[in-house]
Design a protein around this ligand. Structure first.
Ligand SMILES: [Zn+2]
Ligand SMILES: [Zn+2]
Length: 281
C-alpha cells in the first residue's frame, strides 16, 4: 500500500516535471520566433491563466468538488438508473477501451461545446475561456469551476454507458500537452494528420474574433467532427486576433469564477425587462 502510494507520488511528480519542461520548451521556442511573446507571457491575462492552471493541476477542484459530485452521480445511477450502466467495452482489451472512450468522450464534447456557443444560458459558462485575447499555452486551463462541473455532469452518462477506462498517466500527459499546444496561438498543423488531429492553427480559428470564424472549428481532439457536421472553416491567410466578439469581461481570476452566475443573472434580468415591455405594449 505504502509503496503504491510512493509510486503514485513519483508518477505525479514525473507528470509535473515533464509538463513543466515541455511547456518551457514551447515558450522558449515561441520567444525565439517572435519578440512580442515576452510581453504576452508577462501580461496580466496570462497570469490569470496560470492561476487556472495551478487550480486544475493541483487537483484541488477535483478533490473538493468534482470527485464528490461524481460519487453522488454514480450512487444516483446505481439506485435509480442501473440499466444505464451498460459497460459496453468493459470486457475489451485496454487499448480498445481507451480508443472507444476517447472517441465517445470527444464526440460528446464536440456537441456540448457547440451547444455552449448556441445557447445563451450555456454560453455564460464557456465565455470565460473565450475572454482570453492573449492566447497562450496556459489558456487550456481557463475554465471556471462551474464550467468544469457542467462538462462533468453532462458528459457523465457517456462514461457510464461505455464503462470508462482509466487513462494511463502518460496518455493523460500527452492529451494535456496537445491541448496546451492548441492554445499556443501558433500557426502550425500536424501535417498529414492535420485533417484528423486539432492543431494550434485549427483551434486558433475557434478563438479568432473574425466574423467568418465565429462559431466554427468546435472539435476538441478529432477535427473530423467539424467536417462531418458542417462547422469547419479554413484558417485563411490573415493573422488572427482573439477574444470575445460582443462583450468584454474583466480579466480577473475571481471574476472568472463567478462570471457564469453573473451572466445568468444578467440574462434573467434582460428577459424580465423584455417580458415587462411586451406586457406594456
Ligand atoms: Zn468555444
Ligand atoms: Zn480553447
Amino acid at each position: 500500500m505504502a509503496s503504491a502510494a510512493v509510486r503514485n507520488i513519483g508518477a505525479e511528480l514525473a507528470f509535473y516535471a515533464v509538463l513543466a519542461l515541455a511547456l518551457t520548451l514551447v515558450i522558449v521556442a515561441e520567444l525565439i520566433q517572435r519578440r512580442d511573446v515576452l510581453k504576452r507571457y508577462t501580461s496580466r491575462n496570462v497570469r490569470t491563466d496560470v492561476l487556472y492552471a495551478v487550480l486544475e493541476l493541483s487537483h484541488l477542484e477535483a478533490l473538493l468538488v468534482l470527485a464528490p459530485v461524481a460519487a453522488s452521480l454514480n450512487a444516483g445511477i446505481d439506485a435509480h438508473l442501473p440499466w444505464l450502466r451498460l459497460d459496453a467495452v468493459a470486457a475489451a482489451p485496454l487499448w480498445l477501451k481507451l480508443v472507444v472512450t476517447l472517441i465517445a468522450a470527444d464526440f460528446g464534447a464536440y456537441w456540448l461545446h457547440r451547444w455552449k456557443h448556441a445557447w445563451p444560458v450555456l454560453w455564460q459558462f464557456h465565455k470565460v475561456h473565450h475572454s482570453q485575447s492573449e492566447l497562450n499555452v496556459f489558456t487550456r486551463f481557463r475554465f471556471p469551476l462551474l464550467d468544469r462541473l457542467l462538462d462533468m455532469v453532462v458528459l457523465f452518462p457517456i462514461g457510464v454507458i461505455t464503462g470508462s477506462a482509466t487513462v494511463p498517466l502518460a496518455l493523460y500527459l500527452l492529451m494535456v500537452l496537445r491541448s496546451c499546444l492548441e492554445h499556443s496561438g501558433q500557426n502550425w498543423t500536424y501535417g498529414p494528420l492535420g485533417w484528423l488531429i486539432v492543431s494550434p492553427s485549427y483551434h486558433g480559428v475557434h478563438h479568432s474574433d473574425a466574423p467568418e470564424h465565429i462559431d466554427r472549428n468546435f472539435a476538441g481532439v478529432f477535427a473530423i467532427w467539424d467536417r462531418m457536421f458542417g462547422t469547419h472553416v479554413p484558417r485563411g491567410d490573415k493573422p488572427l486576433t482573439y477574444g470575445l466578439h460582443h462583450e468584454k469581461i474583466p480579466q480577473d481570476f475571481l471574476y472568472g469564477q463567478v462570471a457564469p452566475i453573473h451572466g445568468l443573472w444578467k440574462l434573467a434580468r434582460a428577459k424580465r425587462a423584455g417580458s415587462t415591455m411586451e406586457t406594456a405594449a
